[in-house]
Each structure stands twice: as C-alpha cells, then as structure tokens.
Design a protein around this ligand. Structure first.
Ligand SMILES: Cc1cc2nc3c(=O)[nH]c(=O)nc-3n(C[C@H](O)[C@H](O)[C@H](O)COP(=O)(O)O)c2cc1C
Length: 190
C-alpha cells in the first residue's frame, strides 16, 4: 500500500526509549523520549528531539545540559509514567520513586537503575517541525559493568531493552534473534 496520509506513519518505531533528565535549581525532572540518537563516533554527540511543549524543554534550554537514561523494560512504570505526566503538575522523581545518581561533570543527576546514562552539555539546537532537536556533547557515561560483554556490547541475556512501538505499546528484544555477522561481506557474483 502507498498513502499520502502520513499522519499515522508510525513505522519508524520501535525505538529504544530514553528518559531525558534536566534540572533547574533543586528541581529535577525526567521525560520519556523515543526520538533519541547517537550522531557520530568521534566526538560522540547524542541527540534528542523534544517538543517545546514539554516542561523538560525549557529546563534544558535554561540549564544548557541534560541526561539520557536507558532503563530496562522491568522499569516500564517509570518509563511510561514519565512520558504521560508533566513536571508542571508533578514532582516525578517523588511520584515514581526514581532513584537518582550523582552526576560526575554536569549538575543534573542520572538515574541509578539505568543500565547506561549519558551526561550531556547542550551544544546545538535545531527546530525540526514541531520539535527542537537538541545535540548534547557527552561529557560522562554511567554504565552497569555487569551487563557489558567483553566486546563492549550490552549483554542481551541480562538486559531487556524497553522499545517503544507507538500507541502506548512497548516491546523488548529476544536474545534468540541475535546474529553475529562478518564485518566484510561476500558480495555474490551475478
Ligand atoms: C514512550 C514515549 C516516548 C516519547 N517520546 C517523546 C519524544 O521523543 N519527544 C518528545 O518531545 N516527547 C516525547 N514523549 C512525550 C513526553 O514524554 C511527555 O509529553 C511528557 O509528559 C513530557 O514531560 P514534561 O512536561 O515533564 O517534560 C514520549 C512519551 C512516551 C510515553
């Protein structure tokens, strides 16, 4: 099928959800963000697309920093909860009992139960449609050493990723589908 009605085009999902954290004064807030992406190897900036409607948006602009926290699907209540409530109405850290971890470089804490978390300094922002794309310089990475393989990969036997499918639906990964392929492929002769 081909359609020009792209308003319900959700096939760019699933996306690995991150919780974007920001701080203003004593207030720390987190929101779920499916639109997050690594942008280059060296340096390794990280990008998140955030609507100006989000409470988190202005906290990032004003503080010039943010964190990205990757939680396993076991923490789905926190993930979905921070994506369906606003810091304007609730202190989400208290509401969802989010365990905070002290930051190393910036002032905004990360989430202790994250299997990986980035501390980012805001270096660019670009308006993209009705969102703003924030590019952060990653200045520190927190990670759980027990879930990293010798090759530096996330151990899928130990981590169940929280992927967002759209429409309030989440899915995790099945380690049985993992494939290790050669870096150089043999191109078939035709
Ligand atoms: C799974 C999920 C993914 C989301 N991804 C994004 C996103 O990438 N960008 C965005 O601006 N909002 C996204 N949202 C919506 C915000 O998380 C939501 O509006 C949240 O309540 C904003 O919180 P805040 O007002 O405290 O900043 C997502 C929501 C969910 C549930």
């Amino acid at each position: 099928m081909i359609t020009k009605d792209i308003s319900k085009f959700y096939q760019f999902y699933p996306c690995n959800v991150t919780l974007v954290g920001a701080r203003k004064g004593n207030r720390v807030n987190f929101m779920a963000a499916a639109w997050n992406v690594g942008l280059s190897f060296n340096p390794p900036p990280f990008g998140v697309s955030i609507s100006p409607k989000r409470f988190t948006h202005d906290m990032i602009v004003k503080s010039g920093e943010f964190t990205c926290n990757f939680l396993p699907i076991e923490n789905i209540d926190i993930i979905h909860g921070t994506g369906r409530t606003s810091g304007r109405d609730y202190d989400k850290v208290e509401l969802f009992s989010i365990p905070l971890e002290k930051p190393q470089v910036i002032d905004c804490p990360t989430i202790e139960s994250a299997y990986a978390a980035y501390e980012c300094r805001l270096v660019h922002q670009y308006p993209v449609g009705d969102h703003n794309f924030f590019v952060g310089k990653v200045v520190a990475v927190h990670y759980n050493n027990e879930v990293i393989t010798q090759k530096g990969l996330l151990n899928t036997e130990k981590i169940n990723f929280a992927m967002y499918l759209g429409s309030n639906t989440y899915i995790s990964t099945d380690p049985g589908t993992m494939r290790l392929l050669p870096a150089e492929i043999e191109v078939p002769v035709r």
